[in-house]
Structure formats: structure tokens, C-alpha cells
Write a protein that binds this ligand. Structure first.
Ligand code: NI
Length: 228
């Protein structure tokens, strides 16, 4: 009775904190046009919560981290990896959330992103692995293709240049300063994702998304050559 009563006291608080965080993120990322907009965050949250059902995790942490994971992406802050966790911490502190939760969420945000083909990005906790998978699923498949071209256009990259070969970046420094054609990004990141997922649920979902990207590329190159 007591335990149940306490839980009931905690739950509405958490729901309200999630709601306020959602509004905060939505306000910040609504008009974003590089594929890291509010709807990306919305999909990552849904992916992460779905994946979380098969894992032993604290869904409050998962949901907060998914909502805040792109609040200040290094790609748009001069490569500064600490911008995201800093912005998230500031927001979570303003909500009066306990330090343990803030530290965990910020640790996830710091580690979640892809940093180059040859760079390991292992997450320290089960919650982190779930959020990372949620984010990575949104980078592949039809959505991934759309986002990749949106980002490429935003960064002024050519769509494709047959003379520029993909590069397997060995360090984050190389990866973040790369400005190769958009199609190369498929070989430098997107096609590698299915083998870098943490959970069984995500690996299963990635299969079809991966196959769809392969079909897309096959067709893209055939049309490029004029043979389709
Ligand atoms: Ni993301």
C-alpha cells in the first residue's frame, strides 16, 4: 500500500516533466531543416520507447535522453561535443530533477552520436544503448535517405561525385571535418549501422531498412549511368 502510494505520487510528476521537456524541445527544434528537427526527436523517442519494452531500463531516463539528445548537436556547434550535455543539464536543472538522473541523461547525450566509421561509440548503460539504437534506426531506411539528402543540401554538399571515393574515418576529427558528397555518407555511416546496433529489437527492425537503402543505391547508380 505504502509503496504503491509512493509510486502513484511520483508518476504524475515524471509525466509532467516529460511533457514540459517535450514542449521545450519542440519549441527549439520546430523549424530545423537539416533532418535534426522536432519530428526526428519524436521518432527517436518512439523508437527508443519501443526498444525499451524488450530491455530492463528506466524509461524515464530513456525518454528524457531521447527528447534532449539533439538539443545542441556538435554538428551545429563547431564540433563541440559538450554543447549538447551542457544545454540538457541547464534545462534539467531548471526543472529541479535529481542530480543522478541529470548525470545519466547527459552521459547518454555525450555518447550517443556516430563519430566516424573507425571510432568506437560504446554506451555505458542499458538506457544509453536503447537511446543510441533509437537514434540510429532513424538514420537508416527511407527516413534515413530523406534526412541524409536534407543534411547534405544544408551543408552545401554535392549529391554525388563519382570521382570522390568514400572515406572510412579513423577519428572523430576526420569525420567531423569531412565534406564529401552525400552519397558517400551511405558508405561512411549508414550502411555500417545495422552491425553497430546494441539490441535485438533494433537489429531486427534494421534489416528491412538496410535492404531498402541497398535497393535505393543500386537504382541511384543505375539511373546515374543511364542504364535504368
Ligand atoms: Ni539524433
Amino acid at each position: 500500500m505504502t509503496a504503491g502510494g509512493e509510486q502513484n505520487k511520483v508518476r504524475p510528476d515524471r509525466a509532467a516533466l516529460i511533457q514540459r521537456t517535450e514542449e521545450f524541445v519542440r519549441g527549439k527544434l520546430e523549424s530545423e531543416a537539416t533532418g535534426h528537427d522536432w519530428w526526428h526527436v519524436h521518432r527517436v523517442r518512439n523508437n527508443a520507447l519501443m526498444i525499451a519494452r524488450g530491455e530492463q531500463v528506466d524509461t524515464f531516463i530513456v525518454e528524457l535522453a531521447a527528447l534532449l539528445h539533439d538539443i545542441a548537436d556538435w554538428k551545429f556547434h563547431g564540433g563541440d561535443l559538450s554543447a549538447g550535455p551542457r544545454a540538457a543539464r541547464e534545462w534539467l536543472e531548471s526543472l529541479g530533477i535529481e542530480e543522478e538522473v541529470i548525470a545519466h541523461v547527459c552521459d547518454i547525450i555525450a555518447g550517443v552520436s556516430f563519430k566516424g566509421a573507425g571510432v568506437e561509440t560504446k554506451m555505458r548503460t542499458a538506457e544509453g544503448r536503447v537511446v543510441q539504437d533509437g537514434d540510429r534506426l532513424d538514420a537508416i531506411g527511407a527516413i534515413g535517405i530523406g534526412r541524409t539528402f536534407a543534411y547534405g543540401g544544408h551543408s552545401g554538399r554535392p549529391m554525388h561525385d563519382p570521382e570522390v571515393r568514400p572515406v572510412m574515418h579513423a577519428t572523430f576529427e576526420q569525420y567531423k571535418s569531412s565534406n564529401g558528397p552525400t552519397i558517400n555518407h551511405f558508405f561512411e555511416k549508414l550502411l555500417l549501422i545495422k552491425d553497430r546496433l546494441n539490441t535485438q529489437t533494433a537489429r531486427k527492425l534494421a534489416e528491412e531498412r538496410h535492404a531498402f537503402m541497398e535497393q535505393f543505391l543500386e537504382r541511384f547508380f543505375a539511373e546515374w549511368e543511364g542504364s535504368a
